[in-house]
Design a protein around this ligand. Sequence first.
Ligand code: AMP
Ligand code: MG
Length: 488
Amino acid sequence: MTNQNQTGWNFDNSYARLPKSFFTSQNQNPVRSPNLIILNGLLAKSLGLNVEELQTVEGVEVLAGNRIPKGGCPIAQAYAGHQFGHFTMLGDGRALLLGEQITPQGDRYDIQLKGSGRTHYSRGGDGRAALGPMLREYIVSEAMDALGIPTTRSLAVVETGEKIARETYLPGAILTRVAASHIRVGTFQYVAKWGTVEELRILADYAIKRHYQEIENGENRYLSLLQEVINRQAALVAKWQLVGFIHGVMNTDNMTISGETIDYGPCAFMDTYDPETVFSSIDVQGRYAYGNQPYIAGWNLARFAETLLPLLHDDEKEAVEIAQDAISGYMNKYQKNWLEGMRAKLGIFNEEKEDAALVEELHNIMLKYRADYTNTFRGLTFDKMEDTPLYGTPEFTKWHELWQARLGRQDESKESSLELMRNTNPAVIPRNHRVEEALEAAVNEGDLSVIKKLLNVLSKPFEHSPEQEEYCKLPAPSNLPYRTFCGT
Ligand code: AMP
Ligand code: MG
């Protein structure tokens, strides 16, 4: 007997009951000697899982893909996507959906193993993942969650005891990813391209049931689905911009229907404010630069709208008009979310027409003086601008006066303004040099203390405590730009 029941796995497999062309069943690809590196206790508990049982040999075998827990039904999901603008067939080439965990509260979450071995969709890849990038996803996704940004979560990272071949041999690992679902824009693209209209309807109805139950009985639920996805993505990308998060690979297969951030590959947080910031080594054109993210999200949503055309109206011309109408509303929605967030970052409660211009001017000054994005807002929050390059410049002095005057034109007290700012402007973000330092200690020296300390600090980004002080510091100046890598 196993401990599966004690562990609390409580699977349903609704996706595996969808048409067979949506996925392939997948046997496990056992790894040599699984070793649990990190486990997210709070997340485990919220999923109804027993933290002690998860750490037993059997518990870890599940997280390594060596043992299928009772009720699990491992599948690899099919999807397509536009990668850097080019349409292609993709699918889970190195991931396995174990099943959908039904929590004690009755919520449903996909439990997916990433790095679990080859599947039907692996093409030339080995289906594996390296320890560094899986720990990186763990750190950044958990930091995003703590920042209040919708995201897939990370339950655990298990080392496989096997080496994988990249530029050099690296320790292999498997990340357990937890998601509202793994339905992507690319999932719709796959079914729209190679499935029947009936299958498309089944997928759309499934997505609605899973994420947008409130629209299920509405008049044109497929139009509502499009609008709701637009709403969530407009809100999501605005949140990214507000904290300086750069996703790095906003291909349509990396955009969820649920509105969660997914696929932490070459992502990174911006230090110095610059809309042209790009970290990903393969993004040579800057397609996914910080300042482009809102537009790319719009482009991806247009691809999503295209997939829905047969469901929007029987007449194709009318369907196109309906879709275009919905898509044309995206930018305004994004702007509204972003400006609302920016007002909060500046302690502003009410609305004035000139607010956008005030915000824009601050960005212009940050750009001119190469100021750190996070620390500028933190400096404003604590009225401690001395450490920033804006301090004492004529532009900033003038802007500061305008801002103070603006704060005077609302009923809320100065103290409420500062509180709003403290709760909106993080003290700590996963700064690249800190993340690298933690990964190096974990991967090269087997020392997990650095990563655990970092995770602890990142779990309370708005605490503004003295222990966080050192995590606010910028990296030492370097001649080499920070670079991140994809699919590693
Ligand atoms: P990503 O860059 O993680 O969004 O992945 C893009 C596509 O490449 C997806 O279909 C992945 O499943 C696939 N892929 C990435 N890495 C591997 C790998 N090591 N082996 C097989 N497929 C992979
Ligand atoms: Mg992907």
